[in-house]
Ligand binder design. Structure first.
Ligand code: 5GP
Length: 181
């Protein structure tokens, strides 16, 4: 695929990290019933790998959100396209996200889910771009910190494509007409 630049995180490294996160989650939530909330669409790949590394009873639900704004940046105005099916009050909830950029999407979602009175609410994200963060966010389970590049693969898309790549790769800037920011 000519639009795809270098591999940033190879598949083997992702699998090792997901296994490690699964082991930590298994330990931390031992004796509790966990609800994983995947944020569509990007998180469906990491969620499906992660859940198979968790060795306690757990359930899954999904939300789909969209940030208003064009191109490759988030505006912070979040629209819920699909809400949870489950009532999360009194539940131990773990949000699973593919990537945190400005942090605005998760910051909004966190506030919105906290209002539903879960017993606990934590965040698991495979990737984070600390250089781009605009709000403080407590991420309990983090896979990798990455530089300010627009990445695709392992669930992450550009214009709907490339989610099927097994590695996390840098998209060539000329594809979207400039830098990630
Ligand atoms: P935030 O609100 O943290 O700025 O944006 C988070 C969302 O922006 C992610 O869920 C993802 O949809 C999108 N995003 C941010 N950075 C990237 C990136 O490098 N690649 C892709 N494919 N999406 C990204």
């Amino acid at each position: 695929m000519p639009e795809i630049g270098p591999v940033l995180v190879p598949a083997g490294e992702i699998q090792r990290k997901v296994r490690e996160l699964g082991e930590r989650i298994t330990r931390d939530y031992a004796g509790q019933n966990l609800l994983l909330v995947g944020i569509l669409r990007g998180a469906f790949v990491v969620l499906s790998d992660l859940i198979r590394q968790i060795e306690i009873p757990c359930e899954v639900d999904f939300m789909e959100v969209s940030s208003y704004g064009a191109g490759t940046t988030s505006s912070g105005v979040v629209r819920i396209l699909k809400d949870l099916e489950e009532d999360i009050s009194g539940r131990h909830v773990l949000i699973v996200e593919d990537i945190i950029d400005t942090g605005l999407t998760l910051s909004y979602l966190r506030r919105s889910l906290l209002a539903r009175k879960p017993a606990s609410l934590e965040i698991c994200a495979l990737l984070s771009k600390p250089a781009r963060r605009r709000v403080e966010l407590d991420v309990k389970y983090l896979g990798f910190e990455i530089p300010d590049e627009f990445v695709v693969g392992y669930g992450l898309d550009y214009a709907g494509c490339y989610r099927n790549l097994p590695d996390i790769c840098i998209l060539k800037p000329e594809v979207f007409g400039g830098a990630a920011s």
